[in-house]
Design a protein around this ligand. Structure first.
Ligand code: PMP
Length: 390
């Protein structure tokens, strides 16, 4: 018998398993489950985008593209970033098309981190951040935000977490899992700390198209921050294209050249025919995107209202498609809550603890599902909570 442990990577072994997967697997094994667990749009990619990818395949676009992606697509991404977010990047040497925003994050960390460099992560946070920083040789340093502040990080909290080893801060607005969106003023305050301490910012803007109460501000558009920001975005959320695995990043050219070097050895390029489909997403789909956004907005309002009525208090998140209510009145841990809710009422949610220890006491509910399903889910959650009211 081979003892595989001796051959395996300690870094990989020591990574925490994702707290989301477990509930998906359990929910998938049961019948009649309403899932508020998934972090992806319930819409199918708009037809015109799909049709372009089909045409591309039919026309024989099956080869590699340039490592950084089709120049035509990078040009379109560059125009999109200017048009939507008022940031200017050169398609030739400041933009890379990646395999999802996930790979943009991976490239960013690999390109900037040396062993022991610290990256500040605002929690509750997307599950991949800590693992990606660790795999790139960095040290993730968590900053815990609080519900009382709407899960917004304060400049003081950032100052307190900074050490001589701090290389970068990772920001995600609108946020997964809290839905919190930071205003231009709040980002400007963070920018002051970034400048003072000479840091970089990895800005995960994957939910930029899904903001509801105020305009989205790209961190790179804050004065002085363009030079310090690695802007990460993609097609998954706003365009309902999760399965296409297409994202992009934009940054100063000195960083991009390093990232392209890493990319050419690890991946080569994103799928060619899908990159051609993505051209259509940026050229002719803003109406579809807006319709989906309005739809999420209505569901957000319904979900927030219903949960507060049930007694699971939550703030009104400014973006993404998640609400993050407190379950503290039940006295259960978030994991026990999710488990019991699934077993008793067949509603799947994600325990807040999956997003870092500051998520304990909360659950993440995704409202990227039909209003009928949401209504039924709220009835079931209400019934579940009634058990705790006596
Ligand atoms: N960042 C955040 C905050 C996310 O929520 C997700 C997807 N859940 C990603 C990045 C990854 O996106 P992609 O599908 O484009 O890899």
């Amino acid at each position: 018998m081979i003892d595989y442990q001796q051959y395996l990577s300690k870094t990989a072994i020591e990574l925490e398993p994702s707290g989301i997967r477990k509930f998906f697997d359990l929910a998938a094994s049961m019948e009649g489950v309403i899932s508020l667990g998934v972090g992806e749009p319930d819409f199918i990619t708009p037809w015109n985008i799909r049709e372009h990818a089909i045409d591309a395949l039919q026309d024989g676009f099956t080869s590699y593209t340039a490592n950084a992606g089709l120049l035509e697509l990078r040009q379109e991404i560059s125009r999109y970033l200017t048009r939507r977010f008022h940031v200017d990047y050169k398609p030739e040497n400041q933009v890379i098309v990646t395999v999802g925003a996930s790979q943009s994050l991976d490239l960013a960390f690999r390109a900037i981190l040396n062993p022991g460099d610290e990256v500040l992560i605002v929690e509750p946070a997307f599950v991949s951040y800590t693992a990606l920083v660790t795999m790139a040789g960095g040290v993730p340093i968590q900053i815990a935000t609080k519900a009382e502040n709407g899960f917004k990080v304060t400049p003081e909290q950032i100052e307190e977490a900074i050490t001589e080893r701090t290389k970068a801060i990772l920001l995600c607005s609108p946020n997964n899992p809290t839905g919190t969106a930071l205003s231009k003023g709040e980002l400007t305050e963070i920018a002051r700390v970034v400048e003072k301490h000479d840091l970089l910012v990895v800005s995960d803007e994957i939910y930029a198209e899904l903001t509801y109460d105020q305009d989205f501000t790209s961190f790179a558009s804050i004065p002085g921050m363009y030079e310090r920001t690695i802007l990460i975005n993609g097609f998954s959320k706003g365009f309902a294209m999760t399965g296409w695995r297409l994202g992009f990043l934009a940054a100063p050219k000195e960083m991009i050249s390093l990232m392209v070097k890493i990319y050419q050895y690890t991946t080569m390029c994103a799928p060619h025919m899908l990159q051609r489909g993505a051209l259509e997403a940026l050229r002719n789909s803003s109406d579809h995107v807006e319709k989906m956004r309005q739809n999420y907005w209505r569901r957000r309002n319904f979900t927030v209202q219903s949960l507060n009525k049930i007694g699971l208090n939550c703030h009104t998140p400014g973006g993404a498609f998640y609400v993050f209510p407190s379950i503290q009145r039940t006295g259960l841990t978030s994991e026990a809550f999710a488990q019991e809710l699934l077993e008793q009422e067949k509603v799947a949610v994600v325990p807040g603890s999956a997003f870092g220890s500051s998520g304990e006491g909360y659950i993440r509910c995704s409202y990227a599902t039909s209003i009928e399903q949401l209504q039924e889910a709220m009835t079931r959650i209400g019934r579940f909570i009634d058990n705790f009211n006596n």
